[in-house]
Design a protein around this ligand. Structure first.
Ligand code: FE2
Length: 357
């Protein structure tokens, strides 16, 4: 396993923060910001605690965190308006980040460091006054299947999930959950409107049960035999792969994991990302924090701690669960996360028409 601590931390982080402009205030004669950062986060992963602690240790900036889900955070920012104490927003889906941008909840960020670290397709479209949000890690939406019943080649594309052979065998969480909306938004980009709507109809026809529960419930549905195929985000699977619990081990034994569309446009990946709040009271601290999150140390935490993939170049995957799942190297789609987010409106209308709730 890759070691979490990269020495000498203080020198590295100080360089980072200098690049992020944290010390701009003192260099230009303005008062420096008080060492506080108010964070609204939709990431609820225990391993992130270490990230925050390391940032505070390196900078002296204390983090006050508010936890809520993506929709709750966006609603709260809107309600609070200019009185909002939020400095940084962390969300876990491209469609939600896009929503925050169009509702003008994020401040433009001019940061050469962030632009360099985060590939263009994983951040908001760059505008002259700055960029509104940045992808910080990626997660793949993969197909889970009953390997006693199906061969890998029967489930090697998202399109095949609509095949009548899977009638009564498909399990998914709610169609309008952001993870599915983003996948469907990507399919719309790849296949066009007519083919996407036909495909969605096929999914509805194949459902084993009304959509319910989270991704882990779909995975367990395959293991129990109630479902034959399902969709799930990669990190939920990785958690099961890393679990010592005997029931989880039995689940892993029974299922196959497919990174679909390796012979076409690549597996759909979604992002978790961050933005500076529109009315941030500590904007320099906010940019410093986002910059810290694309440092090698923080990116390694995302990969090893929460089983995601880093967005920065040159970090090799040492996470045994991702390797075991076939996720050490795979072809991922290269669609703009912005475009995928934008497509959610059209896709939601399709879901209403085909009756996928
Ligand atoms: Fe999740």
């Amino acid at each position: 396993m890759r070691s979490f601590l990269v020495a000498p931390q203080s020198v590295k982080v100080a360089r980072l923060l200098l690049a992020a402009g944290l010390f701009l205030g003192s260099l230009t004669g303005f008062a420096a910001e008080e060492p506080v950062l108010n964070l609204y986060s939709a990431r609820h992963y225990a391993t992130d605690e270490a990230l925050y602690a390391n940032f505070t240790r390196a900078t002296g900036i204390k983090i006050n965190r508010v936890d809520a889900d993506d929709a709750g955070i966006l609603a709260r920012l809107k309600a609070e308006g200019s009185a909002s104490p939020a400095d940084v927003i962390l969300l876990v889906d491209a469609a939600r980040l896009w929503r925050g941008e169009v509702e003008d909840l994020f401040a433009p960020v001019q940061s050469p460091g962030l632009l360099k670290a985060v590939p263009e397709h994983l951040r908001a479209k760059q505008r002259p006054d700055g960029t509104r949000w940045f992808g910080l890690s990626t997660r793949a939406r993969v197909i889970v299947y009953d390997k006693q019943k199906y061969k890998p080649e029967e489930v090697d594309s998202y399109e095949k999930l609509a095949d009548p052979k899977f009638a009564g065998r498909l399990c998914i969480r709610s169609g309008s959950h952001p993870y599915n909306l983003s996948l469907f938004g990507a399919m719309l980009e790849h296949m066009g409107a007519a083919a996407t709507e036909t495909w969605l109809k096929g999914l509805v026809a194949n459902l084993a049960r009304q959509p319910k529960g989270g991704d882990t419930d779909q995975i367990k549905g395959v293991a129990s035999g109630e479902c034959g195929v399902a969709l799930a985000n990669s990190y939920y699977l990785a958690r099961l792969y890393r679990s010592d619990n005997l029931q989880d081990k039995a689940v892993v034994e029974r299922i196959g994991v497919m990174f679909p569309n390796q012979n076409s446009w690549g597996t759909h990946v979604n992002i978790a990302g961050g933005a500076v709040a529109r009315h941030a009271k500590h904007p320099q601290n906010a940019v410093a924090f986002l910059t810290y999150l694309v440092s090698e140390q923080a990116q390694t935490y995302f990969a090893d701690g929460n089983n995601e993939w880093p967005v920065i170049n040159g970090l090799s995957i040492q996470n045994p669960a991702l390797k075991a799942m076939g996720g050490a190297s795979f072809k991922s789609e290269k669609l703009s996360a912005s475009v995928v987010g934008m497509n959610q409106v059209k896709v939601q209308q399709m879901l209403d028409r085909v009756g996928l709730r």
